[in-house]
Design a protein around this ligand. Sequence first.
Ligand code: G4P
Length: 547
Amino acid sequence: MSNHSTSEAIEREVSRRRTFAIISHPDAGKTTLTEKLLLYGGAIHLAGSVKSRRAAKHAVSDWMELEKQRGISVTSSVLQFPYQDYAINLLDTPGHADFSEDTYRTLAAADSAVMLMDVAKGVEAQTLKLFKVCAMRKIPIFTFVNKMDRWGRKPLELMEEIEDVLGIRSCPINWPIGMGNEFKGVYDRLAEELILFDSAGRHGEARVEEKVMALDDPQAEQILGTTRYEQLLEDVELLDIAGDPFDLQRVHDGELTPMFFGSAITNFGVRPFLDAFVEMAPNPKQARDHKVEPTRPDFSGFIFKIQANMNPSHRDRLAFVRITSGVFEKDMQAQLQRTDRQIKLAYPQQMMASEREMADKGYAGDIVGLYDPGRFRIGDTLYTGDPVEETEIPRFSPEHFAVVEIQDALKRKQLVKGLQQLSEEGTIQVFHQPGKGSLDVVVGAVGILQFEVLKFRLKNEYNVEVSLRRLDFQHARWIEGEDIDEDALNRADYLKVLIDRDDLPLLLLRNDWALNYTLQQNPKMKLLPNPPGTPGLEQLHGSTHGF
Ligand code: G4P
């Protein structure tokens, strides 16, 4: 292919990509909605019945045994499916409040987010936390109010809550007609049409029948009944007068959230949402903070997630790359920016539900899973041609610490390997104590659940049993400054000096008092919530503490 036709192909491919994540509180219906998006995308033909869906849910995204045992989703998956002419990449994010580090990193790979809420509950704690990350990165947010087949809060009240709690204006793209058993359809405000749903006796396993008519169609009042029809006219007028007009630029700037109403379980409202979403959501070129021009002909991408042993029958490790430019081709050679080494991008995998398919080609916005024999780290950049600016993946300041104690000293080798691999995956942060051997390890976590995951995975994947002795420190700060007497710091019982994986010194501090006092006593020393030179979300985490 000539250069010209290559760049045209890239342009075309990039403009049809939509890469997004769904953020929601557990139980809002994310699994159900994901399944329905796949159904409408034609990637699956019949959505599972309610009962078998639980089993299917495990097959699709709950890879780890631990998740099955606890019934929560700890890891996240990537699904790619077509819809109309669009190529959709859906990044699944874990809903558990304690495992947010992984979710935050996943958002670094998304160009937009769908905020899913339960109509009865509105904005919940987990949604709020994740929303703040989106707001910080100015990721456009689309709101889907789910479970309209049940009684819940009034739509106007939810709009108010979004504004009060999240500080963002909303613009309903459609408006619900009725609620609970009476949820009949939605009014599409842009097309000025009523979309009336009919389940035809099915329970959401297939696409739903729709009847579309103009608002002033004489049949409309007849079908809806005079009271409901008049209420709708009133609501529509109120929204037109008092609401924010639709403004795509404001949506892309993260200032206005388009709002949709539906019921994932019955499929009511899923198609109107998806149609509007693919049109309005930014493609990678329109996404706000892209560091690399997506149509740059040379390939580039960054690793936002590493996951090992996802499937017991493939004991391998995958590094997930978000492509940022050019064309990715299976088995191509690329430069790894951190080490400046040329490597082969082998065994690329694209995730399609539970099946792994070989990916032959990918463009900006796509996610590919590379076979990783242990050479990648989260945040790594890959490129061909000229070096590119690195994409920042937030790192977190851990808030819980524990000393790792091995039960069988003969298993040291496995322990070192396990800790190294799990820290590269971002499951846990690993530190050493200065002057002590490589086995005197302290692990740090943002959420307590990470410790359980660590123990479980060390036992199941590396055959090492450990106990974790919790340390009574609340903060970790990287030390910057000259003439720092680390030994003197280490002598204070409210402090502990550690060394991170890059040999940088950091300080554990017992509590807020210890932090303030140490700063007062050492005016030349700077204490950073993240390693020098890396972006962090410590502030964000701190501000949302207590949920
Ligand atoms: P999650 O991934 O966000 O945690 O939510 P999930 O889809 O698993 O849904 C949580 C519960 O809410 C499930 O019920 C699911 O059937 C139900 N649900 C999802 N969407 C809708 C909806 O539009 N309307 C109604 N009424 N319910 C919905 P469950 O009883 O916990 O599980 P199951 O036995 O139904 O599988």
